[in-house]
Design a protein around this ligand. Sequence first.
Ligand code: PRX
Length: 660
Amino acid sequence: MSEQDVELEARLAEQDEFEPPGSFVEQANVTDPSIYDESADDWPACWEDAATLLDWSTEYEQVLDDSNPPFYEWFTGGELNASANCLDRHLDERGDETAIEWVGELGDTRTYTYRDLHREVNEFAATLRDQGVEADDVVTLYMPMVPELPIAMLACARLGAPHSVVFAGFSANALATRMESADSPVLVTCDGYYRRGEALEHKLKADEGVAAVEHDVTGVVIDRLGDEYEHSMREADHDYDTLIADHEGEKVEPVTRDAEDMLFLMYTSGTTGEPKGVKHTTGGYLSWVAWTSHAVLDVKPEDTYWCSADIGWITGHSYIVYGPLALGTTTVMYEGTPDYPEKDRLWEIVEEYDVTQLYTAPTAIRSFMKWGEEYPARHDLSSLRLLGTVGEPINPRAWKWYYRNIGGESCPVVDTWWQTETGGLMVTTLPGVNSMKPGSAGPPLPGIGSRIVDTDGEEVAAGRAGHLTIQKPWPGMLRTLYQNDERFIEEYWAEYSDTDSGDPDDWVYFPGDGAKIDDDGYLTILGRVDDVVNISGHRLGTMEIESAIVSVEGVAEAAVVGGDHEVKGETVYAYVITEDGYAGDDEMQDAIIAGVEDGIGPIARPEEVVFTPELPKTRSGKIMRRLLEDVANREEVGSTNTLRNPEIVDEIQRQVGGAD
Ligand code: PRX
């Protein structure tokens, strides 16, 4: 490092507040601080602005109907179609502009203009309609990052058929559970895809999943790998290319949807073993992702915007597909990993396409830091205007590394806190308005009434840790858990609401995160306070992993916790009791790892399996996970006073390697 660099590094290390760069503010979509002012109504003006970013076939009558909390309704009376908003309305002005710039892992590329995308979405909607898909049928999409994934999503939206995208890395078993839960009659999947240059078989997993579903499933199979790779076809499977060719040039009128009609379902992890089907609707969700893309990610039609998430998670839904396409911009989709063929792959893509915004996860940034600044330094990244992060807390060191080495100190960094359930961004700086404080996500967005409370629901003082709560509804919020209103109330509202009350002021949303607020109203998110772990920005329920482990033959009981990990943020530690006492061995360990991979997928794979004769339990029989976390983190363990078997903690600690 040159002397100048050392000086710069030292200066950055000390700086804890950064002003938005002037060059950014000059052109930003939102620059007026009065956006935070309360309006005369109960919601800020920008929420109506959000709705005006869309084309409605019938104007809404009421912004919010809060007469039946927590079942809030937004933009009631309004009608629209999401696919028409993402495609048709751009055709006149932007038909020949690029909608999707797709980059395959092997270097192959595909460019879809809005007109191309509109054509293929129509053709695929026509094929789905031919397969009998009607409004409100849930279509499952189990696909990697191929262009046919957003095409299928928009085709479903065109028909008013909610999609349920299942992350391609999830197992056959996870697919089956989700299809069964949604009673989904159609599966769109893929023969395979590339990971680090290797062709991965995907169709076998899909077949195995479908075989475990009780109802009949019609399949559509996309050929990503070409003729060289054979894949199975069930009798009820159809080849995507053949279907599209059969429907060449066909048009499907977008089905008019009520603002409150379901746009999609997205399963996410909760504190029990069963994944939750989060229901998002057409009007509120689409307005929220369009408005936040505009106000926070500063998306403009002429941009080449890139969110490097996978569409199999909410980030990809909201900020690769719906938000950017609703605004008529160019959205980049990359199939592969950031280190293939080399560790500068992302920077090569930024340079090649003149990417203007990059939205990624802290776990990726920690990898980039580890690999070294020479990789971004090989490329001209000056096209970048804004950087974003999502999915987990970003520490100030990683933030500053990103700001300096990727943004060249001229791009604001937006650290965005939100969740599958919130639909879109909730807590973050407005990059043209607020200064940034590395390590703190920022203030809640206008109208997002957040408060940090103690376990009695009392607001805590600035600087003190508490639970993050959201006191008011917002347009992008989940409407319920699919076919399970009771669990919806139980999971998100019961903790801090008066659930017998019909007054919306008595209803408080609890996202499950800890946080603290500073004197300027900036929130620092401290991570989950429930039994949910965050592995590389991916959310997994410890109970789900435990139930995969206890279904392995010979396992009697298991407790899973998250341990700190330098790159992944957290990693899975599994403490396991075998049926015959203490006889865990390598074979058993392999069986447990395989059990988790089969039950959920490789992302949930335990980093360490610790066999133990007992788990630390309180006198009432509750597992003390906090202690198990301390052990995983090689930290001094907290008080064991309330345990009925305190001696077991030492024993477990000995096995894991003890405190450093
Ligand atoms: O714990 C929070 C963490 O990710 C959780 C939501 O996970 P998921 O529904 O999978 O959505 C991830 C992408 C939106 C939250 O409850 N989280 C998300 N963003 C941040 C974060 N934690 C800290 N800072 C963030 N910016």
